[in-house]
Design a protein around this ligand. Structure first.
Ligand code: G3I
Length: 348
């Protein structure tokens, strides 16, 4: 990787900023992880477990660049309980072990969601009482399995529509909105020390969806429900422009006493990339990180894959891609430099 420019930038920025003590960066190896050290914000990535097993440069980069990891798929219900009552924690355990060997904390993802549930669950006509029992058991068993080894959980994922109404899911239909508070209570019961998050996309700025989260968080916390954090996925696209009021949004959750996090950041574009799109992409990554660093209680910034080699984007959006900070050869784009520079310049 071309770190020369960054190292030179570091020397200048430390001199200019004057506020970053040398001890905050004892060894700067040019990584994101080194730049984030001392900032109070963990830098993370989603991890593709096949790549982690088979691709040595990918594996080395996960260890070098990040101090928190999120399983991209292997803690989801369809993976951990492929048949009723038959658990398979193997892949998730491998990631948790990898993280602990590398001094990283784990964000667990995700406990209650409308997607990636096992077919046995979604294709059986369970009664509401049975569904509630199944959800309770799923959360108690999964959070219990990782007790003390997962730092933060995305407990409830994507529960609102963009217009601020609750998403129509098997959970809402059978259990009404109570399933949300229940999910947090069960997760807390299974691991009282884990940070418990709401998590969604299109909720980074102030809008109908984030307003709905704000109202829900306020209501749940007033009722004593253990909801600790508000996660903003941060799936942006240069062709849509970026929300202008991210900091305002993050700060209102700060004021509620909640932690916040950017949990799945990527910035896609119509292919092929060009200089303007790549520059806009860097601005998108930087905008979210700036908001995180400028808000008191933002605890982590996670990218949803760090290399285009394994990004989910081209498979889901026809003609789009190039959404991560490193290209398919693990070479940094301007977005990578912007992330480092932002960590080094914006100090709390
Ligand atoms: O595991 C099967 C494999 O056995 C099969 O051969 C293959 C054939 O298609 O599919 C594999 O499953 C895929 C799975 O990823 C694991 O690779 C699914 O098809 C594919 O749909 C699934 O996509 C994941 C997606 O969530 C599902 O909604 C993406 O990798 C993952 O990046 C994405 O992550 C979500 C977050 O959890 C929540 N927020 C949005 C984000 C992006 O969609």
């Amino acid at each position: 990787m071309r770190f020369g420019r960054i190292t030179a930038f570091l020397a200048v920025s430390l001199a200019v900023a004057g506020s970053a003590p040398a001890s905050a960066h004892p060894v700067d190896d040019g990584s994101l992880r080194a730049a984030a050290r001392g900032s109070g914000v963990h830098i993370g990535t989603a991890v593709d477990m096949s790549a982690l097993a088979d691709d040595a440069p990918y594996r080395a980069a996960v260890a070098r660049e990040f101090d928190t990891v999120t399983p991209e798929n292997v803690m989801k219900w369809e993976v951990v309980e492929p048949q009723p009552g038959v658990y398979d924690w193997a892949a998730a355990d491998r990631l948790v072990d990898f993280a602990h060997k590398n001094g990283q904390v784990v964000r667990g993802h995700t406990l209650v969601w409308h997607s990636q549930n096992p077919a046995w669950l979604t294709e059986t006509a369970y009664t509401p009482a049975q569904l509630r029992t199944l959800l309770r058991k799923h959360i108690l068993d999964e959070v219990g399995h990782f007790k003390g080894r997962v730092w933060a959980w995305d407990v409830a994922n994507e529960i609102f529509n963009d217009d601020g109404t609750l998403r129509d899911t098997i959970w809402l239909r059978a259990l009404g909105s109570d399933y949300i508070a229940d999910a947090f209570r069960w997760a807390h019961q299974a691991d009282p020390k884990a940070l418990l998050f709401l998590n969604d996309y299109n909720n980074e700025g102030v809008n109908a969806k984030s307003d709905a989260y704000y109202a829900l968080a306020k209501q749940l916390r007033a009722a004593g429900v253990p909801v600790h954090g508000y996660g903003m996925q941060g799936h942006l696209g240069v062709q849509y422009g970026f929300p202008g009021d991210v900091l305002e949004n993050v700060r209102r959750f700060d004021r509620l006493g909640m932690k916040t996090a950017f949990t799945e950041v990527d910035v896609r574009m119509e292919l092929p990339p060009d200089t303007a799109k790549v520059q806009a992409q860097a601005e998108g990554f930087g905008l979210l990180l700036r908001a995180c660093l400028m808000a008191k209680n933002c605890v982590s910034y996670t990218v949803w894959g760090f290399t285009d080699k394994y990004s989910w984007v081209p498979g889901f959006f026809d003609g789009q891609g190039s959404a991560t900070p490193l290209d398919e050869n693990l070479q940094p784009k301007p977005a990578y430099d912007t992330l480092r520079e932002t960590f080094l310049l914006v100090r709390r």
